[in-house]
Design a protein. Structure first.
Lengths: 99, 185
């Protein structure tokens, strides 16, 4: 399988995540779409690493996974505390910080 | 078509279908389950690419730990029934977002194909015959990338402390009152 097929699939998955962030208003689903984008980047990392015959790409995937785990933990904690205060996680209604 | 190509298209289509399901289901639980399917399909793609360690980490960390966290929060907040946020956005913006997304995808595919034809170093590189073993990754991780690895642990520590601070229930007054009542007694 050529590298370009993996990069195309990665681009499509990333785009799906971007569209999800733009379309959905539920904060949890927006977080899931961010995970989709990170995973698409991981796929590109591994595909290019394989194509170049190097190991570095897989090490970077390891770091991306760690950062994603930290980000999810913090983000979900923020969502829980926002829900405690506002009783909603609709990002259109949580707009107090809007200038 | 050889078996590798067949498996690529099977896993790729499952991953794409799961991703589109994530953004189209109304209930967050269904979205989370579709995301798990996408993660498993991507683990299959990683195995096809010879990255067995990454595939295992994908299943354990993403499909295991992270998705359990998502499902836990969805069920804790009991979302989906009464929250209007589960519905998709307004129709006009939705259409524009989808059109822009299609343009963005076309751009990404164009770059993916063209950059390869321009960059002969990447395009002409022969795929490694043997897959990268966990031994190779570990050697690289603990020699060349030792400092980033240690910084990673700091990131995890910061996330740990941050989560505790964010969701901690603050009741210092009640504690001092209890102490006062104890000393009075």
């Amino acid at each position: 399988m050529g590298l370009e097929y993996y990069l195309m699939l990665s681009a499509l998955l990333f785009t799906t995540g971007v569209v999800g962030v733009l379309v959905r208003r539920n904060a949890i689903i927006i977080f899931m779409c961010i995970e989709l984008m990170l995973n698409a980047a991981n796929l590109a990392f591994v595909a290019i690493s394989r194509s170049l015959g190097q190991t570095e790409g897989q090490v970077f995937v390891f770091f991306v996974m760690t950062v994603a785990a930290a980000e999810v933990a913090i983000g979900l904690a923020i969502i829980v505390s926002v829900f405690k205060h506002r009783q909603t996680i609709n990002v259109d209604e949580v707009n107090s910080l809007k200038g | 078509m050889n078996p590798e190509q067949v498996l690529f298209f099977v896993f790729g289509l499952i991953a794409l279908a799961g991703a589109i399901s994530v953004i189209s289901f109304r209930h967050p639980i269904y979205s989370a389950l579709a995301l798990i399917i996408t993660f498993f399909a991507q683990a299959g793609l990683f195995v096809l690419l010879g990255a067995h360690f990454v595939a295992a980490a994908q299943v354990i960390v993403y499909a295991g730990a992270i998705m359990v966290l998502f499902l836990f929060v969805i069920m804790l907040l009991n979302l989906g029934r009464r929250d209007p946020g589960s519905a998709a956005g307004r129709g006009k913006w939705k259409g524009i977002a989808v059109i822009l997304g299609i343009l963005f995808a076309a751009e990404g595919i164009y770059i993916a194909v063209n950059a390869l034809s321009d960059n002969t170093a990447v395009a002409s590189a022969q795929p490694a015959a043997e897959s990268v073993t966990t031994y190779d990754i570990g050697t690289l991780l603990f020699s060349k990338y030792l400092l980033p690895f240690e910084v990673t642990s700091l990131i995890l520590l910061a996330a740990l402390i941050g989560v505790i601070v964010l969701v901690k229930r603050e009741r210092p007054r009640t504690i001092s009152r209890i102490r006062i009542s104890i000393t009075r007694d």
